[in-house]
Design a protein around this ligand. Sequence first.
Ligand code: SF4
Ligand code: SF4
Length: 364
Amino acid sequence: MNRTIQAIKELMISIGRPVKLMEVCGTHTVAIFRHGIRDLLPKEIRLLSGPGCPVCVTSIRDVDTAIEIAKQYDVIVTTFGDMMRVPGDRQTLSQAKAEGGDIRIVYSPLDALKLAEKNPSRTVVFFATGFETTSPLVAGTLAEAEARGILNFFIYSVHKTVPPALNALLNAPDVQIDGFILPGHVSTIIGLKPYAFLAADYHKPSVVTGFDAADILNGVLMLLQQIAGNRAAVENEYAKVVKEEGNPRAVSLLHEFFEPEDAYWRGIGVLPGSGLRLKERYRHRDVMKKYTIIVPEGQEPKACSCGDVLKGIKIPTDCALFGKACTPDKPVGACMVSTEGSCAAYYKYIGTALQPAADLKKGD
Ligand code: SF4
Ligand code: SF4
């Protein structure tokens, strides 16, 4: 590792300017803190967190819609634990449960299907959040429901896909990123090809990277080598896990059930083609076809800077509420909810012993 750090330092001297790298995935944000990577790197390398935590980017309206679904007669809403605490416009799923909504935590969509099988007179809805790591599991569960004729299983799909979000980030005028540390887990499913536009259209270096300290440092080194050589390519540091073609079986399962649609990302806005909806032939599994539920878009809490944090324009400590009005116990914005959320990660590893944002930024 020492040799890698030395090589990084030498490359930064030859590049001769600050470099901003975005880690797209929330797991990387946490790993970077846990391994103390920032302290190992020259302070001219700024690591920015991106929109890579599915909890953080689920919109207020989607949370409110899930709550409304739970109010329908005889419905059980199931969801991953992290989603329970995401603030909607008025309340969280957890608060809606306390008021009597039948909302249950599951560890996998298959658990929700089992619940549907055990409760044939109830309508069981899986609140389907997450990126390409989760959506193939949901597609697999739908295939199982179809094969076994379990008709009372539905989903509310707010799945999102990573490449369109990167495309939108690069089109935003205020976003400046020199290279991407691409998500290891999502890439095991989609492979490298969907990222080709980063190099071809935007000349942005990008490297799929693993999660241990050596992986992350190697990923940074590979990015700097591209930047120093004025090259842009999609490279794979995590070849022991991520195959160039990804997981074609998972991708074809995904394509069997889902197709792209425009989706609203919390704090960012509508990103074309970045969501997944059920294909026409499986719409009978879409809970929104069963009930008429219309929920207006909620207002982001005024002082919350989640949107700018997710775009890498601000870091969490720039937010006036960080560690004061907004903590993991009492999150104001979604970025403080999930352990992989940028604000929650900063809070856990920096805490309330705040460094002035200006100082942090120098080495961030
Ligand atoms: S879902 Fe996968 S890619 Fe997204 S934050 Fe979690 S680990 Fe990273
Ligand atoms: S600290 Fe809280 S209020 Fe501020 S950006 Fe993060 S989630 Fe939003």
